[in-house]
Design a binder for this molecule. Structure first.
Ligand code: NAG
Ligand code: NAG
Ligand code: NAG
Length: 535
């Protein structure tokens, strides 16, 4: 480690709260200068790891049921954000937002069926920005959501230097390849699907394929002087829970029965907030259970089994993550690890994503840079959004900073900008200029949960209501309003539901306070703040 880096690292650990503003400013100038010096000598590689549907069910996040030794070891030298939020709890909108630095409202994407370059604007993506600044960029596995939303090409060639790698076994994601009860006949499309690899198509699984390809890529770049940006997208723990069966053995079932204290549907929750977890119900091991639509419940036994399989899936990808990290030179590589959104595991009797609740929106976000060497995990409690990742990585790589997007209508003409904020000052040990909040959203086709159209994932033409959710330090405030899909406008006066949860007393979001007169003032305040932020 160079002397400058040591100095930067030391300064970044100083507690700024006890230092006079003038001295703070001098320190800031000094660290900025030093950071410039560092960048001239070192062009870090950048590796972004995305886990599909991963909530912070990790040891480093304090989850005692998790078995994630590799992610925990990685976090030893990292900053981990305890309150990071996705922009929408659905893969394609969340990923396109993360990768373009724009909100779902800007991309006009709330489902899976449009490509921003042809639908809205020719916006520069995160990998594209690195590519345009001399990086070799490569995508392994599920990074962009496949299909129309990335032009059936993972946005190649604009984002990537070579065609994106997709594992060939990805095609079996929804195929009947789970062993029947007790037998080895593969004919079920189960939600819970521990397997023996040799029974699977090509005797492997998608994430195993993606990691071997990532390792091959890392080795192939060893002799090159050109830095690289590598994105690795794991398919698990997204359902179905298909993973090598030995991982199940690490998780006795008993602790998963009383997993959450918040296991009932919030009594004052508006119906529009509910997602009826249609994807869980449709699997072969659930569809004959007559789970009452839309509110359930799922039996206690099955609830425990789903949680167990989720944790086993996480342990499986943690193991693969360890193989990836072992091959990287962490002295020369910036690494960011994140989930694209959360997943409800029976909190308030909900399952899956598809909502504006904390469990569906909160994600792990772990950042490690050789510029800020740490010897233990550093928790960061500021509220952050996945939108912040793009400008943060740009700053960590010391590329020209990304401008903030204009808030006017001309924003669509600004092709290279970000709607998020760089977390670089936080990583330097400085505070953010203002209190940070997170804005997320979720669309619905109507006020009540429905199968047709599927209210968990309505298509654009069926969207009638948009729920906007504001997360502040203490509160989650959600407002469901009329949305006009033909011109992407919303009517704030036309309200279908309102929710207010106080996280100091109710981290499970069980008690909707929106109707209580005592909370009128704060509710009004948060409503104004939300409307102002969404614009
Ligand atoms: C979009 O932007 C890329 C990169 O800046 C450029 O090469 C391409 O021609 C643009 N496409 C359109 C349709 O303007
Ligand atoms: C999107 O895909 C179509 C069909 O393959 C292709 O013609 C078009 O150039 C692609 N758009 C971009 C921006 O790459
Ligand atoms: C589910 O409902 C169907 C039709 O109402 C009935 O035939 C079946 O026996 C029920 N299954 C269970 C497991 O209760």
């Amino acid at each position: 480690m160079g002397i400058f880096q040591t100095a930067v690292a030391k300064v970044s650990r100083v507690d700024m709260s006890n230092i006079s503003p003038l001295l703070q400013l001098l320190l800031l100038l000094w660290t900025t200068l030093l950071a410039g010096t560092v960048s001239a000598s070192a062009r870090y590689n950048v590796v972004m790891v995305i886990f599909d549907d991963l909530r912070p069910a990790l040891g480093v996040y304090g989850d005692s049921l998790a078995r994630t030794p590799h992610l925990d070891a990685f976090a030893q030298g990292s900053s981990y954000f305890t309150r990071a939020y996705s922009q929408q709890a659905l893969c394609a909108p969340s990923r396109n937002s993360l990768l373009t630095g724009r909100r779902p409202d800007t991309l006009h994407l709330y489902d899976f069926y449009s490509y921003w370059r042809s639908f809205v604007g020719n916006f520069t993506t995160l990998p594209q920005y690195f590519k345009e600044h001399g990086y070799y960029t490569y995508s392994c596995g599920k990074v962009f959501h496949p299909g129309l939303s990335s032009n059936n090409s993972d946005d190649y060639p604009l984002s990537w230097s070579a065609p994106a790698f997709r594992p060939r076994t990805e095609q079996f994601m929804n195929s009947p390849v789970c062993p029947d009860h007790g037998g080895s006949v593969l004919r079920k499309n189960y939600l819970i699907c521990p397997v023996q690899l040799q029974t699977q198509p090509y005797k492997t699984l998608p994430d195993i394929e993606s990691v071997s390809e990532a390792l091959r890529f890392i080795d192939s770049r060893k002799r090159s002087r050109q830095p690289y940006f590598l994105a690795v997208g794991f398919h698990k723990p997204h359902i179905n829970f298909r993973f090598p069966r030995q991982f199940l053995g690490r998780f006795p079932l008993a602790p998963f029965y009383n997993y959450t204290e918040d296991a009932v549907k919030p009594p004052d929750m508006p119906d529009v907030a509910w997602n009826p977890y249609t994807d869980v119900r449709s699997r072969d091991d659930f569809k004959h259970k007559n789970i009452s639509f839309p509110y359930g419940p799922i039996s206690r036994q099955q609830a425990a089994q789903i949680r167990q399989a989720y944790y086993a899936s996480v342990a499986y990808v943690d193991d693969l993550f360890g193989k990836l990290m072992a091959r990287l030179d962490l002295e020369r590589t910036v690494v960011v690890v994140l989930g694209d959104h959360g997943w409800s595991l029976g909190e308030h009797a909900e399952w899956a994503k598809y909502s504006n609740f904390e469990v569906a929106l909160r994600v792990p976000l772990i950042i490690r840079s050789p510029e800020f060497p740490l010897i233990q995990p550093r928790p960061m409690h500021s509220i952050t959004e996945l939108l912040d990742v793009f400008p943060t990585l740009v700053d960590l790589a010391h590329l020209p900073p990304l401008p903030a997007c204009n808030r006017s209508s001309s924003a669509l003409e600004q092709l290279t900008c970000s709607e998020g904020k760089s977390l670089y000052p936080l990583l330097q040990g400085l505070g953010l200029a203002e209190e940070h909040v997170a804005i997320s959203q979720y669309p619905r086709p109507g006020m009540l949960p429905t199968k047709h159209p599927n209210s968990d994932k309505p298509k654009l033409r069926n969207i009638k209501i948009m729920g906007y959710s504001l997360r502040t330090n203490y509160y989650r405030y959600t407002l469901w309003v009329r949305f006009h899909a033909h011109n992407f406008s919303r009517d704030w006066q036309n309200i279908y539901g309102e929710e207010l949860y106080d996280h100091r007393l109710d981290s499970g979001e069980e008690f909707n306070l929106a109707a209580l007169p005592e909370f009128n003032a704060i509710r009004q305040h948060l409503r104004c703040r939300l409307i102002e932020a969404v614009g």
